[in-house]
Structure formats: structure tokens, C-alpha cells
Design a protein around this ligand. Structure first.
Ligand SMILES: Cc1cc2nc3c(=O)[nH]c(=O)nc-3n(C[C@H](O)[C@H](O)[C@H](O)COP(=O)(O)O)c2cc1C
Length: 269
């Protein structure tokens, strides 16, 4: 009998049985001792939805507008890199699932399938950006996202460097052959497959390629460089209070996959 996946925990348990241990750790692990990962999980588990009874309701419509895009649910898929690691179709399969569910997909800049192919699947696509030292690659990605019909840019601002992900360090984690950041033209991508001893290949590549000096001025530059709405993906407490929000809004909370960010008040504007 086929295994029934009735909730996210079922899917997680099935994936844990199937995936190689180092890939499972890359997905399920968090930064440092994973104290904040557990705290974020607990914070999410403490959110309850209040049902409205006695309303005489026979049909529910959970659809809404997210980032100016119609969505069948008040949910969008967060950017997750290198999805061909877990399935040969990678981001293409994820895009089909998002299209069928009627929800937006945020495509990671570190996608293992080309942006244009993912966009051709249809559905609502937002493009995530990291701030790279090679600004030409950022510009290229913005232009490709516009040409491919993406509806928004999502700038990750809370990973100036990838946090110390201890499981990956212990595994000397390297991407499987044939899986790479296909949207970048980047000599340092070899680090993804051949990390230094005791290091994660993804961390080595990230720390080489990312520009940690990202500032409000760069965010202003980004806004002036595109006609798409720009959103920021950040941890709850990484917002700088010193400047008014120059992006359209913030996506928070963010968990602690890339950085040990503490849980915080859920807010956005
Ligand atoms: C395997 C994996 C890859 C990720 N890759 C990216 C990425 O490329 N860009 C990014 O901004 N965030 C990335 N993230 C972070 C997620 O977008 C998300 O913020 C994080 O998982 C916390 O959200 P959650 O609490 O809903 O899990 C990744 C997370 C995972 C698990």
C-alpha cells in the first residue's frame, strides 16, 4: 500500500527514511547548536487559529492577495536552494505543485533549475536575491526575473554570511554531482562540490560569493534598478530601526536555517 502523507510531519518522516543523511541534515538542520531552530519551531507551534462558530457558513474561501498577487491560501513557498538534491525535477516539480495549489513560489537565486524553465511552468513566481560581491550577477538576475515574468523580488538581508551549520561541517557537506547553482556563472561554484576539510561546501561558496556589506543604500539601489516590487526576507530582530522601510515590506519570521535568528513578534508591512 502506498504510504499516505496526510500532514507535513508525515512527509518529513518519509523524507528522513529516504534521503542520504547529509542531505537530510542540510534540509532539517539549523545554525549553531540549533537552540534557535527549536525556539522558532516552538513559537510557530504556539500559534493557533481561532475557528468562528455559529456563523451559518457553508463555504470557506481562504484565498487572499499576497505581495499584490492572488493566492489560493495565505501561504507562499519560501526560497529553498538546490532542490534537485532531493528529486531529479527539483524546482520544476515544486513550481508545478505551487501552480496546482494556486500559491506563489519564491525561487531561490541558488536554484538548481534555470529560472526561465521554472517560469515557463506558469503560476506566480517571485525571485529571491542574495547580495553577491559580483554585482553584475545580481543585475543579470534582476533582468532575467523581469523578462521571465516574475511578479516580485525578495532580497534576503539576514544572511551576510551563512551561519555555522554544525551538521554540515561535521558531514563535510558537498552538493551531489550535477546539482549546482545553474543561474550563476561563477568560478567559485566548484567550492560547492569540493569543500575544504571540515567545512560545508555551501558555506564555503556562500562566504566567498556573498557581500556582507549589504546596507540600506544597496536596498535603495535595488529599488531603483527594477520595476518589480522588492521585498526583504529577514529575521524578526534583524530589522534596523534607524531607517524607514525602503522595500515594499518584510517577510518574517525566517527560522534559523541560515543564521541563528531568534523568534520574534510576527509582523509585516
Ligand atoms: C534546504 C533549505 C534551503 C534554503 N535556501 C534558501 C535560499 O536559497 N534563500 C533564502 O533566502 N532562504 C533559504 N532558506 C531559508 C528558508 O527560505 C526559510 O526562511 C527557512 O526555512 C525558515 O522558514 P521556516 O521557519 O518556514 O522553515 C532555505 C531553507 C532550507 C531548509
Amino acid at each position: 500500500m502506498a504510504e499516505s502523507l496526510l500532514c507535513v510531519r508525515d512527509a518529513e518522516a518519509a523524507a528522513t527514511r529516504i534521503l542520504p543523511a547529509d542531505i537530510r541534515d542540510f534540509i532539517a538542520g539549523g545554525s549553531e547548536a540549533e537552540v534557535t531552530l527549536a525556539a522558532n519551531r516552538a513559537a510557530l507551534d504556539a500559534v493557533f487559529l481561532t475557528p468562528r462558530m455559529l456563523g451559518g457558513i457553508t463555504a470557506c474561501d481562504p484565498s487572499t492577495v499576497l505581495v499584490g498577487c492572488q493566492s489560493a491560501l495565505p501561504v507562499a513557498i519560501a526560497p529553498m536552494s538546490y532542490q534537485r538534491m532531493v528529486h531529479p525535477e527539483g524546482e520544476l516539480g515544486m513550481a508545478r505543485a505551487a501552480r496546482e495549489a494556486g500559491i506563489p513560489l519564491t525561487l531561490s537565486m541558488m536554484s538548481s533549475c534555470p529560472l526561465e524553465q521554472v517560469a515557463a511552468v506558469g503560476g506566480t513566481l517571485w525571485q529571491q536575491l542574495y547580495w553577491l560581491r559580483d554585482r553584475g550577477q545580481v543585475t543579470d538576475m534582476i533582468q532575467r526575473a523581469e523578462a521571465a515574468g516574475c511578479r516580485a523580488l525578495v532580497l534576503t538581508v539576514d544572511v551576510p554570511r551563512l551561519g555555522r551549520r554544525l551538521r554540515d561541517m561535521r558531514n563535510n557537506f558537498a552538493l551531489p554531482p550535477g546539482v549546482t547553482a545553474v543561474n550563476l556563472h561563477d568560478e567559485s561554484a566548484s567550492l560547492l562540490h569540493r569543500p575544504p576539510a571540515g567545512a560545508s561546501g555551501v558555506a564555503a561558496h556562500t562566504n566567498y560569493a556573498f557581500d556582507p556589506s549589504l546596507s540600506w543604500d544597496d536596498v535603495s539601489w535595488l529599488r531603483a534598478s527594477t520595476r518589480l516590487p522588492c521585498w526583504s526576507a529577514a529575521s524578526p530582530r534583524s530589522r534596523s530601526p534607524s531607517r524607514p522601510c525602503p522595500t515594499s515590506g518584510w517577510f518574517i519570521p525566517r527560522g534559523s536555517w541560515g543564521w541563528p535568528a531568534p523568534p520574534g513578534k510576527r509582523e509585516s508591512r
